[in-house]
Design a protein around this ligand. Sequence first.
Ligand SMILES: NC(=O)c1ccc[n+]([C@@H]2O[C@H](COP(=O)([O-])OP(=O)(O)OC[C@H]3O[C@@H](n4cnc5c(N)ncnc54)[C@H](OP(=O)(O)O)[C@@H]3O)[C@@H](O)[C@H]2O)c1
Length: 297
Amino acid sequence: MAIIVTGASGLLGGALVAALRGAGERVVTLVRREPRNADEAMWRPAEGVLDPGVLDGASAVVHLAGAPIADKRWNAAYKKELVRSRVDSTRVLVRAIRETERRPGVLVSASGVDFYGDTGDRVVDESEPKGTGFLPELCGRWEAEAAAAEDAGVRVARLRTGIVLSGRGGALRRMLPVFKAGLGAPLGSGRQYWSWISEPDWVGAVRHILATPEVSGPVNMASPEPVTNAAFTRALGQVLGRPTLPMPVPKIALTMGIGEFAAAGLLPSHRLRPGKLLDSGYEFTHSDLTNALRAVL
Ligand SMILES: NC(=O)c1ccc[n+]([C@@H]2O[C@H](COP(=O)([O-])OP(=O)(O)OC[C@H]3O[C@@H](n4cnc5c(N)ncnc54)[C@H](OP(=O)(O)O)[C@@H]3O)[C@@H](O)[C@H]2O)c1
C-alpha cells in the first residue's frame, strides 16, 4: 500500500518522501509532468485532471502542493495563483479520493499558521477560529476543500504549519545572507511571536499523524516554545556568530522591499501551542530554538 504525496519536489515534500522511503514505505509522487518511473503518477491540478485509479488502494495521501508564498512579490494575478494552486488542487484531489473504490485511510493536507491571523500574545491551540485577511481566507478555503474528504469516510488532518527551519530552503535560507552580513534585525515591532518547527520535527510529526488514528482535524505544526521575532533575531545571530542590529526594520521599509507579504506573513503574531501533537504523545526533538537552529544549520 503506497503513500501518495503531492508537491513532492518542494522543501517539505522532498524531506518527507526521503524519510518515508528510508523507512521502507512505498511512496508514489503526483507530478505535473510526464512520469519518469513507476513511483510517479501524473496529475494536472490546474486542468482538474487526476485519474482516481492512481489513488486506489493507497494507505494515505499527503497533499503539499501550492505556489510559493514568499518567493515572488504579490500582485493580483499572483494572489489568484496562490489561491488557485491550493484550493483548486485540493478540490481535484478530494474528488478523486471520493471516486476511488478503495479509499485511503487518511488525507494529510497542508495549511499554515496564517489561518489564525494576528493573535497577539495569546497562546493559541487548534480551537482558535479563523482570522481575517488574505492569508486566513486562503487557509480557510484550502482547509474546507480538504475537510470535504471526511464525508467520504477519510480521516483528514490539516497541517497549520509555522515557520519550518531548514538548512536547505524556506524562510531560514532567505534570512541567512542578511544575518551573515551582520545586518539581521527585528522586523516591525519585533514583539510578534514566531511559531517555528525544525524540519526533522515537521517530518516526524507528519509520520506521527499518519500512524496515529486519533489525530484529525486541524493540527498546529509548531514547537511548544514559540519566541518573539526579536528573540529569534538574537538567537540566529548568536548561532551564526554574527552581530545583529538593535534597531527594528519598520513596517513601511519591509512593505517597500518585500511587498504585501511583509505585512501579511512576517508581522502577524502567532504564539501556537501544538495541542494535538502534544496530547497524542508526539515528542519534539527540537523544542529549544537555539538547538533547532544549530541542528538544521
Ligand atoms: N515551508 C514552510 O515553512 C511552510 C510553512 C507553512 C505552510 N507551508 C505549506 O506547506 C506546503 C509545502 O511547503 P514547501 O515549503 O515544501 O513548499 P515548496 O517548496 O514551495 O513546494 C511546493 C510544491 O508545490 C508544487 N507547486 C508549485 N507551484 C505549484 C502550482 N502553481 N500549482 C500546483 N502545485 C505547485 C511544486 O511541486 P511539484 O512540482 O512536485 O508539483 C512545489 O515543489 C505548501 O503548501 C506551503 O504553503 C510551508
